[in-house]
Design a protein around this ligand. Structure first.
Ligand SMILES: Cc1cc2nc3c(=O)[nH]c(=O)nc-3n(C[C@H](O)[C@H](O)[C@H](O)COP(=O)(O)O)c2cc1C
Length: 310
């Protein structure tokens, strides 16, 4: 009997649907037992978000500052054959509850010397979040054997508008009836069961053997070259903003209210003015730096972390 631990945190339930779809073939198999662990923060994160709350979580999400979690249901002494870590991205980082899990003593025990598969459900910017997760899992002594990413297929700017409307209203509807439905398509979620079949096959051997390239041939990871440069640029600006806001206090501190509001206006300007320009610049850089771009795409399509910090 093979044992799998699935750790996840979802607000709207979108990631939960993905987890259920991927795990469906494994749950049906009588030689596999699956333990689901839904991470529960002690202080609930709102959904839908108010504009202020959405921006106020930014510094801690970006800096991977953990929140307090309710005790886990799984036994961290158990030796699982595979850990599946399903997470969403908050500000180019794993969501705060997932960061908290990765920094918990229980994660250290349960992940050490174990194969891990990461399963991401996000809008479209996950590259640098996965770098942070790679580093954390590597530091604990786990080994990422596979990465599966499901994302919104809408164009970047359209995706920003539709996801903002969804996050701030809680309604996964077509914004103003002219925009596409936000988030990951139902079809992509339903079809993600194919990855479960591949995991099942990999688990049937003595040693968990999953090939990222094979996963990628089935669409597990698609790296959009322009987003590499885009994310790296945003990351630099976010570093400055997160320090600027945290100087005034921790989560929900009234002292940092003005700075959080300024950050909101920055985001607004960035979306309306900077994003289209940056997209254009990223495409141009991509054209002139073909070899560098190719190397970067290859790097983000696999699971080894960089040896030096970026
Ligand atoms: C505060 C916040 C920040 C987010 N930042 C990003 C991001 O940087 N990149 C991205 O692709 N998606 C981002 N998203 C979208 C989430 O990754 C995710 O797709 C969405 O919240 C739905 O997840 P759920 O299953 O928890 O409801 C963000 C969402 C929230 C709430």
């Amino acid at each position: 009997m093979k044992k799998i631990l699935v750790v996840y945190y979802s607000q709207s339930g979108q990631l939960t649907e993905i987890v259920q779809s991927v795990l469906a073939p494994l749950k049906k198999n009588e030689n596999i037992s699956v333990v689901f662990e839904e991470i529960r923060p002690q202080k609930h994160y709102p959904f839908p978000w108010s504009r202020h709350q959405f921006c106020d979580v930014f510094p801690e999400a970006f800096q991977e500052t953990p929140c307090k979690l309710e005790p886990f249901g799984f036994n961290s002494e158990d030796e699982f054959d595979l850990i599946i870590l399903a997470y969403t991205v908050w500000y180019l980082s794993p969501s705060i509850p997932v960061s908290a899990f990765l920094q918990s003593p229980e994660a250290q025990k349960v992940i050490r010397h174990r194969p891990v598969i990461t399963l991401i459900g996000c809008r479209n910017m996950w590259l640098l979040a996965q770098e942070k997760v790679k580093r954390r899992i590597g530091a604990i002594g786990g080994e990422i054997k596979g990465n599966i990413v499901l994302m919104d297929r809408a164009m970047n700017l359209i995706g920003i508008v539709t996801i903002a409307a969804w996050m701030l209203t809680g309604k996964k509807d077509r914004f103003l009836r002219i925009f596409p439905r936000p988030g990951i398509s139902d079809r992509d979620i339903q079809e993600s069961g194919r990855f479960g079949n591949m995991i099942l096959e990999a688990l049937s051997g003595e040693k968990m053997d999953l090939d990222q390239q094979a996963l990628n041939r089935h669409g597990a990871v698609t790296v959009i070259a322009a987003y590499i440069i885009f994310e790296q640029r945003i990351h630099k600006v976010f570093t400055i903003w997160s320090k600027f806001i945290s100087q005034k206090g921790g989560p929900a501190d009234p002292q940092r209210k003005i700075r959080v509001r300024l950050f909101f206006y920055y985001l607004l300007c960035a979306i309306i003015l900077i994003a289209p320009l940056a997209t254009l610049v990223s495409w141009i850089v991509k054209i002139f730096n073909r070899q560098k771009t190719k190397t970067a795409v290859a790097y983000f399509s696999q699971n080894q972390p960089k040896t030096r910090t970026e």
